[in-house]
Design a protein around this ligand. Structure first.
Ligand code: 4AD
Ligand code: MG
Length: 480
């Protein structure tokens, strides 16, 4: 039997006249004057290879079974293609139908809506668009591992099952082996977990950061790259209940260096896509978003704006004075809505923005606190004075995406961290080990979390996060 050649290699091969075997799925078939043409794709590239055959050389039954979606093994002669836009094609001498595909195949018609394709998520990787997205997704994962490996970071595996809530938002999925029909409760009506698998209440992690900090304060620089779970009932094009997050954590990194890292890292990934995913990006640029490649190249040229939250609020207030209407308020202390972020990024600066020094009240307990002023304010990045307490959070806001990275310098002082924990009335029983990092050789450190799917949204130009992960998990949807 002849060894199979991948379509990506067959298309590059110039050994014209030699015999070749390719295998893949029929994208389309047409015919004229006793000659048939099949566009065959095997997923190795966005490009199809054209199979040309003479009807007379094949029995009728075989010809009938070459339908859209069918899986074929083709042996034939590689020849230079007379058709424009392809280097080579195959003159078929033998065709074996590996898998028939009848006319109930859901991907028969072109131009199906994104919504429809989500209902056939088990088959949509076979479409051109999802093939392109999934190859780019793979490439971004390789870019991320390569970036960190080349910069001396260690890939650190943090647990998915945890007894602590990193973000303190309480939107965690529980993990239990308890019989939910017969829950034991104490006198106060609280569930007793003593007899549960772990002997305590456990959940799926919302972030690997806290364990990541343990890694960074030992190995110097680590990153995590794994699934993350959030039971937030956010039915938006930017939220998933299960998404992948990349979390570098670095000892001895200050706020400016953290922002340098965020910017350098994103640019590296975007450049990787431009360098390694040319065919897929050109396809998406043509079919999905005509400004995609231009936007990706634009990001490489831009210097990201570094903007204290307080200055951002001033810009938004100024815009309101000049007639700009927002749905949600944006006074100092408010959490910015995506309309505010998008105004700053897309209309005001027209480039990515790293926002720093958020009000303490809207961010997580572990962020480094800025020095206070006697008036109850605080002093942050480059001397920016805020009217209230602020922390060194550094989020990256992107055009059309909004927040792509959430990061911060971490509070390394045990006393300051504990003061914040008390102020928030947090129960630290399950985080005693985290506090130990501040007791034993505490060090300045910082890190961030990049939402992998939000990066893929940006790099592919897709609009909905459900369409950049093979099998999305969202409220009321766990199919496939
Ligand atoms: O801003 P977040 O909540 O930050 C953290 O979890 C920190 N512990 C990270 C760290 O400093 N190590 O989440 C980080 C990023 C967001 O900026 C966003 O890109 C993405 O994760 N993200 C989501 N992506 C998809 N669906 C969701 N529900 C997401 N929630 C956050
Ligand atoms: Mg965030």
């Amino acid at each position: 039997m002849m060894k199979r050649t991948k379509v990506i290699d067959a298309l590059k091969c110039t050994a014209y006249g030699s015999d070749i075997c390719v295998k893949g799925w029929v994208r389309s078939k047409r015919g004229s004057k006793g000659i048939f043409f099949v566009a065959l794709n095997d997923g190795s590239t966005i490009k199809n290879i054209q199979i040309v055959g003479d009807d007379a050389n094949f029995d009728e039954e075989t010809l009938k079974r070459i339908t859209t979606g069918a899986c074929l093994s083709v042996v034939g002669k590689l020849v230079e293609s007379p058709a424009a836009g392809q280097a080579s094609e195959i003159q078929a001498t033998a065709i074996e139908i590996l898998g028939d595909c009848d006319n109930t195949y859901p991907l028969q018609k072109k131009g199906a809506s994104w919504e429809y394709l989500r209902t056939v998520a088990h088959l949509r990787p076979r479409t051109n668009t999802f093939g392109a997205i999934l190859r780019i997704r793979h490439n971004m994962a390789m870019a991320i591992h390569t970036y960190f490996h080349e910069h001396g970071y260690f890939y650190f595996h943090t647990p998915l099952i945890t007894a602590s809530d990193c973000e303190g938002a309480g939107n965690m999925f529980q993990v239990t082996t308890k019989n939910l029909y017969d829950l034991k409760k104490d006198e106060q009506g609280k569930i007793i977990y003593d007899d549960d698998f772990f002997g305590e209440q456990t959940s799926l992690t919302v972030s690997g950061q806290l364990e990541g900090e343990l890694g960074a304060t030992a190995l110097g620089a680590i990153y995590t790259f794994g699934p993350t779970f959030r039971a937030e009932n956010s039915n938006t094009p930017r939220h998933l209940a299960e998404f992948w997050m990349i979390e570098p954590e670095v000892a001895f990194l200050d706020q400016e260096e953290l922002m340098d890292l965020e910017e350098d890292f994103i640019k590296y990934c975007v450049k990787w896509a431009l360098d390694n995913c040319k065919d897929d990006l050109e396809f998406l640029n043509k079919m999905i978003d005509k400004t995609l490649i231009e936007r990706l190249e634009g990001v490489l040229k831009e210097t990201f704006v570094r903007l204290p939250y307080t200055e951002g609020i001033n810009i938004l207030q100024e815009a309101i004075k000049n007639g700009k209407k927002f749905e949600f308020p944006c006074n100092w202390g408010d959490d910015l809505a995506s309309e505010h972020e998008r105004y700053l990024v897309e209309e005001h600066f027209k480039k990515p923005v790293i926002m720093t020094d958020y009000p303490t009240a809207i961010k997580s307990f572990y962020m480094k606190q800025n020095p206070a002023t006697p008036e109850g304010g605080s002093v942050g990045y480059k001397g920016c004075v805020a009217p209230g307490p602020t922390m060194q959070g550094t989020d990256v806001l992107f055009p059309s995406i909004g927040e792509i990275i959430g990061g911060s310098v971490r509070e390394e002082s045990y006393d300051k961290l504990m003061a914040e924990v008390k102020r928030r009335d947090m129960d630290m029983t399950h985080l005693w080990w985290y506090l130990d990092t501040r007791k034993y050789g505490s060090c300045p450190h910082a890190g961030f979390g990049l939402g992998f799917e939000r990066l893929i949204l940006f790099v592919t130009g897709m609009q909905n996060i459900r369409d950049v992960i093979p099998f999305p998990r969202t409220p009321r949807n766990a199919e496939f």
